[in-house]
Design a protein around this ligand. Sequence first.
Ligand SMILES: *[C@@H]1O[C@H](CO)[C@@H](O)[C@H](O)[C@H]1NC(C)=O
Ligand SMILES: *[C@@H]1O[C@H](CO)[C@@H](O)[C@H](O)[C@H]1NC(C)=O
Ligand SMILES: *[C@@H]1O[C@H](CO)[C@@H](O)[C@H](O)[C@H]1NC(C)=O
Ligand SMILES: *[C@@H]1O[C@H](CO)[C@@H](O)[C@H](O)[C@H]1NC(C)=O
Ligand SMILES: *[C@@H]1O[C@H](CO)[C@@H](O)[C@H](O)[C@H]1NC(C)=O
Ligand SMILES: *[C@@H]1O[C@H](CO)[C@@H](O)[C@H](O)[C@H]1NC(C)=O
Ligand SMILES: *[C@@H]1O[C@H](CO)[C@@H](O)[C@H](O)[C@H]1NC(C)=O
Length: 439
Amino acid sequence: MKASSTRLAAAAVAFAHTGLALELNAANAASIKTAASQVAKGLYVFHNEAATTGQFNQPQPWFWWLSGSGWTGLMDYTVYTKDTTYKADLLSALAKNVGPNFDFVPPEQSGWEANDDQAYWVYNALTAMEYGFDTLPDSPSWDVIATNAFNLFAERWNADSDTCNGGLKWQYDPEANGWTYKNAVTNGAMFQTAARLARYTGNQTFADWATKIWDWSRGVGIVSDDYHVYDGTSDDKGANCTEVNHDEWSYNIASYLHGAAHMFNFTEDVVWEEHVHGFVNTTASTFFKSGIMFEQKCEPSKVCTTDQTSFKASLSRWMGKTAVLVPSANDSIMGMLEKSAAGAAQSCVGNSNSTCGVSWTGSGFDGQSDFGVELSALETIQSLLVFEAPLSTAAGTGTTNDTTTPTTDGSSSATTPADQVKTPPTKGNCGKKRRHVRK
Ligand SMILES: *[C@@H]1O[C@H](CO)[C@@H](O)[C@H](O)[C@H]1NC(C)=O
Ligand SMILES: *[C@@H]1O[C@H](CO)[C@@H](O)[C@H](O)[C@H]1NC(C)=O
Ligand SMILES: *[C@@H]1O[C@H](CO)[C@@H](O)[C@H](O)[C@H]1NC(C)=O
Ligand SMILES: *[C@@H]1O[C@H](CO)[C@@H](O)[C@H](O)[C@H]1NC(C)=O
Ligand SMILES: *[C@@H]1O[C@H](CO)[C@@H](O)[C@H](O)[C@H]1NC(C)=O
Ligand SMILES: *[C@@H]1O[C@H](CO)[C@@H](O)[C@H](O)[C@H]1NC(C)=O
Ligand SMILES: *[C@@H]1O[C@H](CO)[C@@H](O)[C@H](O)[C@H]1NC(C)=O
């Protein structure tokens, strides 16, 4: 982040309440790093290698997907700040969850894992691929792992195409509660995965899929003409995706925003750039209050669950990276993130130890702290450093010097080496069928 920006300097408000307030000067990279490192500590109090396969303690029902999102936050942290404190644990957690087929379908999650849960671990592979982050031992490169998962999504899409003209279901296990739901977080994830693989590998097949998923999402109306993203639609009892659940959550719009950003960056087609601007506009009008990010569906009524408190992490993470990929959206996005980061920082005065709060639009700590809250604050604050981490492609553009080992192979083959032996994950879950309550 350049200290010379006047607008940044104007936003450089240090919140120096009494005691242990988190100071954040958005014009100063060192200040952002210090603030991020404090919030990362607050997130890491939930780390417990022995507790769950995902390796973060969370209240029941225990959310494996959220650990996946947490590790992506810490991967961003490692690359943005060059602080390697969490890197070894991160790589170890990814190795334990990548599964024997290198696609983030670990045996422990059998019967629990849904497409969106898998996707939130696959985002680690995509992010590592773009950062040229260290690969796992005895494992194929990150783009191969992401492609393996993408191919599973494509198979499942094809298998589900009898209804609604396509669309990926929330669940891939027909026995699971939610099997009939074709929703935004799932299809947004597949869209984003296709778009990121297209840009990284240059392989048109992925871009064609991204376009197909986009057209489908617009067609059934989970993405509206005015860029609202609605929670989902269903093929239950012949419904054939004619009815839409109009709930709006920030991680849904973020999933599509970031996919569209990759499609613009790959195709340089102004139609995708227009889609990005449309999503930014709708994000600003729906998920920002007084210019500060908020989860409109649950925050005002103070009923956000740990799932829901984490959604702003997805929004800030993918807004920030969109600013890098779509220069014409940079100014508005970074302005929104700066104000939100300042709001988040001033909320981090809880428990006399800089614990952050859910709401950033009020004053100080609002009394609710959990894993999702810390993750959202971390991603929002550290996203001010997003320009420190350009996103590479296999062809070698956008690479930079950082704490990671650049990928040299650039292969995009989807084969899984048969001779790869993986360390088995340490621990299963408690055996109860997970109830999906992400709404
Ligand atoms: C902050 O205090 C809370 C409540 O005592 C505690 O659970 C948490 O671990 C502390 N955070 C840090 C980073 O020490
Ligand atoms: C189901 O919806 C799709 C469009 O999403 C349509 O093309 C198809 O004809 C519909 N099928 C039935 C049986 O209504
Ligand atoms: C592009 O990706 C698809 C899907 O993974 C694969 O089948 C195809 O072989 C790839 N094409 C090239 C040229 O690598
Ligand atoms: C987004 O908002 C800007 C500013 O109001 C406006 O100029 C632009 O046309 C909007 N773009 C889209 C795609 O809605
Ligand atoms: C694509 O993203 C890179 C940053 O990774 C940026 O420098 C470039 O300008 C973007 N391309 C377009 C067409 O905006
Ligand atoms: C992006 O916007 C921020 C804030 O307006 C500015 O400081 C930065 O220089 C911009 N970066 C690029 C690459 O334009
Ligand atoms: C990367 O680091 C090397 C060695 O420190 C330096 O010579 C080079 O200019 C750096 N490249 C970039 C893009 O910063």
